[in-house]
Write a protein that binds this ligand. Sequence first.
Ligand code: 5GP
Length: 144
Amino acid sequence: MLPAAMAETIFTKIISGEIPCHKVYEDDLVFAFLDIGPLSAGHTLVIPKEPAVTLDELSAESAAAVGRVLPRLSRALVKATGCNQYNLLQNNGTRAHQVVQHVHFHLIPKPDEDSGLGVGWPAGKLDPKQGADLAARIAAALEA
Ligand code: 5GP
C-alpha cells in the first residue's frame, strides 16, 4: 500500500506485474522495460521502484541505484540495437512533457534523423551578472 501522497500510476502497476510489459532489467530498487510508444526501436524506460513523482522528490538511494545501472543498460541497448547514438531524457511536470506521474528516464536510440528524439533547443545567452546571481542562489539553496 502506497502512502496517500503517492498515487498509484501505470508504472507502479507495471512494477507489480498487474500490467504486462517487456521487461529488460530489474533489481531491488530499479525496473526497466520497453516504452509502449517507442520513438525508435529499443526505446527503454528506466524507473525507480520508489514512486516519487519528479526527480527532485526522489531519494538519494534510488537515484544512485538508477545512476549505477544506466551505463550498463546503455551498453546493452547499443549492443542489442547496433545503434551507438542515443539520448537520455527525463521529464518533470506536465509543461515539461511528463505524462506518467512516476519518475522515469527514457533511453532512446537515435539511429537516423527521422527516428528517435527530436529536440527543440531555443538557446539564449547567459548574462554574466544574472549568471553569477543565479549560480549563487542555487548554491545557497543546496546548503539549505
Ligand atoms: P513521459 O512523457 O511521461 O516522459 O513519458 C511516459 C512514457 O510512458 C511515454 O513514452 C509512453 O509511451 C510510456 N507509457 C505510457 N503508458 C505505458 C504503458 O502502459 N506501458 C509502457 N511500456 N509504456 C507506457
